[in-house]
Design a protein around this ligand. Structure first.
Ligand SMILES: Nc1ncnc2c1ncn2[C@@H]1O[C@H](COP(=O)(O)OP(=O)(O)OP(=O)(O)O)[C@@H](O)[C@H]1O
Ligand SMILES: [Mg+2]
Length: 145
């Protein structure tokens, strides 16, 4: 876990708040640009934070995304209070989704979010306590291509 001195921001996300979907990931993207992070890394972190943000909005009650900038890596930690994930391996499978109609109407629910987060991460950790919530950690190295 990166140390607090590398904490760049904590962003709060409210469950079911689809109107604000993308606000946090846009803010993070802007922050990374201001910091002079390369386009390639920003693009990956933007996908990771957007998918994590929409998952919290879609499935959890509330959550936070913490952004850490270290000399050699960006770390994103998305933590939520919610139902959690019973079967992590299943949730990671491309195309697996429990999205209901309200989520699909917003254009989400293809079952690709977690798979894409994993694909763009140099380190990926997903843990969950069913009934309590979910914790996602993703690291993108600054020298990754
Ligand atoms: N934070 C979370 N809390 C509870 N369940 C989650 C959470 N994130 C993902 N899930 C579960 O894992 C499944 C797969 O998530 P994933 O992001 O890969 O796809 P999706 O959200 O269903 O669709 P997409 O991301 O392509 O719009 C979800 O349908 C949901 O059942
Ligand atoms: Mg998703």
């Amino acid at each position: 876990m990166p140390r607090d001195e590398h904490l760049e921001g904590i962003y709060y996300i409210q469950g079911r708040d689809f109107v604000d979907a993308g606000v946090v990931s846009s803010e993070i993207k802007k922050r990374l640009k201001d910091k002079g992070i390369t386009e390639d890394v920003i693009r990956k972190v933007a996908v990771i934070t957007f998918e994590a943000e929409v998952n919290i909005i879609s499935y959890a009650d509330q959550g936070t995304i913490q952004l850490f900038i270290e000399p050699d890596a960006i770390t994103v930690e998305a933590t939520d209070i919610g139902p959690g994930i019973d079967d992590i391996e299943l949730a990671l499978q491309e195309g697996y989704s429990t999205a209901d109609d309200s989520i699909r109407e917003m254009g989400f629910g293809a079952g690709m979010g977690l798979a894409n987060i994993k694909k763009f991460s140099d380190v990926f950790e997903l843990t969950s306590e069913p009934g309590n919530g979910t914790c996602l950690k993703s690291v993108v190295r600054l020298d990754s291509e």
